[in-house]
Design a binder for this molecule. Sequence first.
Ligand code: ZN
Ligand code: ZN
Length: 408
Amino acid sequence: MERIEKYAELLVRTGINLQENQILVINSPIECADFARTVTEKAYDAGAREVIIRWIDEKLSKIRFKRAKNEVFDEFPEWVKVMLEGYAEKGAAFLSIAASDPELMKDVDPKKMSRQNKAMAQGLELYRTRLMSNQNVWCVASIPTEAWALKVFPDVEKDLSVEKLWDAIYKAVRVDEDDPVKAWHDHQKQLNRRLSFLNGHRFHALHYKNGKGTDVTLQLPEDHVWVGGGDRGPHGAIFFANMPTEEVFTMPKADGVDGTIKSSMPLNYNGNLIEEFSFTFRNGTVVDFDAKNGKEILRELLDTDAGAKRLGEVALVPYDSPISNQNILFYNTLFDENASCHFALGKAYPSCIKGGDALSKKELEEKGANDSLTHVDFMVGTEDLEILGIKEDGSKIPIFNKGNFIDL
Ligand code: ZN
Ligand code: ZN
């Protein structure tokens, strides 16, 4: 079988873990149409009832940002909400192909983009909540597009850059291995070792420190749970919400973050790059921030709502991992976040609280979970990052030394 078919099959059978008679909804950029068709074939072969495609055309979005009437950016079409919620209620699986041009939107008014994002997040709040609490299975994966590949490999010809990005992706998602399904199974076992260490210690707080200037303490909610790799969908089958995924993660206490965090990689946020940025937190909230590039974009992100100024995710990824060892800056969060320890501003995953998928918004908040219309990961891992786990009685146990897990 060709690698591209192997990959499409891996996404359907291991990523989504599509069940007999299940509906699959694919969100795909138009540039990735051929691949979306291959996935569709594999999905029908795996027993899909129906495969629905929602095409994304970011160049068209840009034309709209530049030329449409100002008021449309506060609107979100009801039919998209009806479509996605309707399929979600029917138990559909959702596959999204993330392959945006990292800098397409750089001359678009950031205010328009943030208004549009907010309208979309409000329109799709129920749908997003269903996915974030695993009431529907979902998977985010990527394939190269020309614009993206040229940003990652600017010094080679277009065709070669696309080929190189395919190679990097295949390596990251273990399609290069003889038996990718088994490789994912083995990978899960290693993640499970880390999870049992972290869940076993029931840390009260984490302290991060590195030479870049990150020096921050994050309290963890009493009922926090570390998760990673596969999740259980509503019918008990394991699916992988991200492919690749190298992280184990939980949520910090919404009001329990204090100190300074310095980014370690640029962040591609909605077709804009934010570079060399930092935050100061007091009692969980950003009280100061800066960025060498994209400060206004960052300001718009933080101003989304009150929860956008707080953290909703803390994720551990060793500096020595299959993705970071490729030494490629992907300008795509799906890959960059899996090459580096990261945090996310915004909404916390309910599954990071014991029994959290069944709790109401209010109950989650009482347990210390942050809520927001947004959830944006940003990278902080460096080769000298030290992380200490602090237990209830004040004793300290090293978790990370020189950028990597201690003995795990
Ligand atoms: Zn993450
Ligand atoms: Zn995240």
